[in-house]
Ligand binder design. Structure first.
Ligand code: GLA
Length: 538
């Protein structure tokens, strides 16, 4: 199984397993707490709150459920540095300093996080000096506090190039020698997902969340298409949780929590747990939903259908199960359904299902999964398919066989069509440099397609190229993996290249993965055709 870790932003792809989380940090999305959504800069953000949260993490079972980081946001410091140029903790909020709080959090077996901005000042008007041009000094101070996690914001950045600002702090953190999870908060500007994986563990993909349905679901919509960029050690961050803050119904908060888990988002509690209701705690403690978020495969779920606000997402899990969410974004109850084929588990019944919220277990033999879903609600299942069927003996067109996993830059991969970027079936005839192909797969960078071989196949022959419908910047590389081993590589191809024929030795392989990179220049116009792919098996 090949992750997309290294497929974004680079033209040459390193061995996928080595590229994932090279420093071993944030191999699953971070879980914890951050005060911002509940307190902003108000006075209740103080030492007592932070210690109280750490206490509740232990006493309410949240630590046992996986919550680990207790993080400070803006307004922990005074508006001016001291004579030596160091940031100074606000003595009213934190009378014993930051290290004392960090020690307390560590004493509970938890981790501690802090906040700053890649600018001259942080975001709030009552905020404090930012890290721009003070990266080494501030990183050293954070390390001396015992910081395990830094959220680094974007305010007052003076127009300095984002890549430089965020890389300077990454370098400074690394130079401290302390393992610190690095969270970029540039609000999804500067296409951060295309370049930040080598320097950061997570990056915000949108502006700030607010505690209401339209903000939450709008952020989900912007984060969903970014799935190909996430993986172990480098996550999309659609912002912190609002669960429990009062602006949404319990049904809407369950949707929020489920979607964040389907998207492999960090789960940072944003409510004051000292005042949380039993219902809030039960949402935040749902072990089955948390397991979807924390799944070690680290695949962000993707939207497989959006029928006028009836949205189906699927997330492939490490044990071969699929997590599926059926979200009703409309204002009235509706039936939402999907199929085993759409989920990448065709012909693998009977299917075992567990409802992640009601906990009801059932068996499905039809391969059609549906439920009545209330307005703004989500029904979610973990589906366990039977064994994958073996590919037939002889030579088959790959587009006639079911894939077991699919990630695609835009819309679904098309069978015997080019990539139309949106709904299933919306492409055109596959065409490379004037040659039209009746059979093949229409992909869009960045992505992967996975097939089960069961050690039965010997080889794949395929013509690859950028589809003629792509213009200007279309550039991709086509890679073929037998299990974790790269067995063919087209190099970067552009719109002016004719088709190249790739042949791959698949002997003994359990899994075939077809991967498409962005050619090093982003994914715009990257319509990638796998034309006439012929798989030979015995
Ligand atoms: C920005 C960030 C928020 C929060 C505030 C603090 O708006 O995006 O998440 O950190 O700053 O001022």
């Amino acid at each position: 199984m090949v992750g997309t870790a290294a497929l974004a932003g680079v033209s040459v792809v390193a061995a996928p397993s080595a590229a994932a989380a090279p420093d071993g940090r944030a191999v699953v999305p971070p879980m914890g707490f951050n005060n911002w959504n509940s307190t902003h800069c108000r006075a209740e953000f103080d030492e007592a709150m932070v210690k109280g949260i750490a206490d509740l993490f232990v006493s309410k079972g949240l630590k046992a459920a996986g919550y680990q980081y207790v993080n400070l946001d803006d307004c922990w410091a005074l508006p001016a540095r001291d004579a030596a140029g160091n940031l100074v903790a606000d003595p009213v909020r934190f009378p014993h300093g930051i290290k004392a709080v960090a020690d307390y959090v560590h004493g509970k077996g938890l981790k501690f996080g802090i906040y700053s901005s890649a600018g001259t000042k942080t975001c709030n008007t009552a905020g404090f000096p930012g890290g721009l041009d003070h990266e080494r000094q501030d990183a050293n101070l954070f390390a001396s506090f015992g910081v395990d996690y830094l959220k680094y914001d974007n305010c007052n950045n003076q127009g300095v190039d984002a890549r430089k600002r965020y890389t300077d702090m990454a370098d400074a953190l690394r130079a401290t020698g302390r393992p610190i999870v690095y969270s970029i908060c540039d609000w999804g500007q500067n296409k951060v997902w295309e370049w930040a994986a080598p320097i950061a563990h997570l990056w915000r993909t949108t502006g700030d969340i607010s505690d209401n349905w339209s903000s939450m679901i709008g952020i989900a919509h912007r984060n969903q298409p970014l799935a190909p960029y996430a993986g172990p050690g480098h996550w999309n961050d659609p912002d912190m949780l609002e669960v429990g803050n009062g602006g949404m119904t319990a049904t809407e908060y369950r949707t929020h929590f489920t979607l964040w888990s389907m998207m492999s988002a960090p789960l940072l509690i944003g409510t004051d747990l000292r005042k949380a209701s039993a219902e809030t705690l039960s949402i935040l403690s749902n072990a089955d939903v948390i397991a979807v978020d924390q799944d070690p495969l680290g695949r962000q779920g993707t939207v497989v259908a959006n029928n006028s606000g009836l949205v189906v997402m699927v997330k492939e899990l490490a044990d071969g199960d699929r997590a599926v969410s059926l979200t009703n974004e409309t204002g009235s109850t509706a039936t939402i359904s999907t199929t085993a084929d759409a989920l990448g588990i065709a012909n693998r019944g009977p299917y075992r299902l567990k409802d992640l919220w009601t906990k009801v277990a059932s068996t499905n033999t039809t391969g059609t999964f549906g439920a009545s879903v209330p307005a703004h609600g989500t029904v979610a299942y973990r589906i366990t398919p039977g064994p994958a069927p073996l590919p037939p003996a002889g030579t088959s067109h790959l587009s006639d066989l079911p894939w077991t996993g699919m990630l695609n830059g835009w819309g679904p991969v098309e069978k015997d069509r080019s990539n139309g970027e949106r709904a299933a079936g919306d492409g055109r005839a596959l065409t490379i440099d004037g040659t039209v192909y009746a059979k093949g797969l229409g992909a869009h960078a960045v992505g992967t397609l996975t097939y089960h071989l069961g050690a039965r196949c010997t080889g794949l022959t395929v013509d690859v190229g950028v589809d003629d419908e792509s213009t200007s910047t279309g550039a991709v590389a086509f890679l073929i993996y037998r299990d974790e081993t790269k067995v063919a590589d087209s190099g970067v191809m552009t719109t002016s290249d004719g088709a190249k024929t790739l042949t791959a030795d698949l002997t003994g392989g359990r899994t075939l993965t077809l991967a498409v990179t962005d050619g090093g220049n982003g994914i715009d116009h990257d319509h990638a055709d796998w034309a006439a792919p012929r798989l030979t098996c015995v």
